[in-house]
Design a protein around this ligand. Structure first.
Ligand code: ADP
Ligand code: MG
Ligand code: MG
Length: 211
């Protein structure tokens, strides 16, 4: 199965839509353990992405598109999540530079590069109650599924389930990175906003590819 450039653009559109729909919810999650702006930050960033992508050359490759998403997020999203997601998309773009179609392996590379970018930038690990707690299990589930010759749509469904479990798990642990870490143990009992936005983005990807 190949993913076309049109598919990639559809996924980004879907992310814009899902972030918009969940703007209040993400902000509400951030109000419990942060500064009540995650939904606002993410929505501002992805609305800017939508505007920006409308202006890039028709023949841009997938790497360029993803790098443009990343640069736009860095320059428009305030807060920790801007540079982190920005780095993730920029690294993802580098991983598929020049490509106009993606294979299953490329999708794994995209996840790997994005995850590594977030870790390099934010120095967090799984279990620190961050976006990594959704993305890392999703990446592992995707990679393992594809290694076992499971077709991409089903592999992505498994990745979404893993991301959801990881997101839900953040409720039970205390934050060691980001603003929520100031609360220490008091952050227990609340789902991490960034783990939630990551889950929503991974779900948007799977939903578009499953069509
Ligand atoms: P801010 O905390 O600056 O207001 P946001 O509210 O937009 O930024 O984003 C908060 C989210 O960023 C957290 O829920 C968490 O998932 C993520 N985050 C914060 N610091 C890190 C880090 N060092 N590594 C990975 N993710 C992080
Ligand atoms: Mg915040
Ligand atoms: Mg903030």
């Amino acid at each position: 199965m190949v993913i076309t450039k049109e598919d990639v653009l559809k996924v980004i559109d879907k992310i814009v839509e899902v972030i918009r729909e969940n703007k209040e919810y993400l902000t509400e999650l951030d109000s419990a353990i942060g500064d009540a702006d995650h939904g606002i930050n993410m929505d501002r960033g992805f609305e800017a992405v939508k505007q920006k992508l409308a202006t890039i050359p028709e023949n841009s490759d997938i790497g360029t598109i993803l790098k443009t998403v990343g640069m736009t997020l860095v320059s428009t999203v305030g807060g920790a999540s801007g540079p982190l997601y920005g780095t993730a998309f920029m690294r993802a773009g580098q991983a598929v530079q020049g490509k106009t179609e993606l294979t299953e392996e490329d999708v794994v590379k995209i996840f790997e590069a994005a995850l590594q970018g977030i870790k390099d930038r934010g120095k967090a690990q799984a279990g620190d109650k961050t976006m990594i707690d959704s993305i890392e299990p999703a990446y592992k589930a995707l990679k393992e599924s594809l290694e076992n010759n499971i077709a991409l749509p089903e592999a992505l469904k498994r990745a979404v389930n893993a991301a959801k479990e990881g997101m839900e798990y953040t409720k039970n642990i205390s934050a060691r990175k980001g603003r929520a870490s100031y609360l220490g143990e008091r952050s227990i009992g609340h789902i991490d906003p960034g783990a939630t936005s990551s889950y929503l983005m991974i779900k948007a990807l799977a939903d578009v590819i499953n069509l």
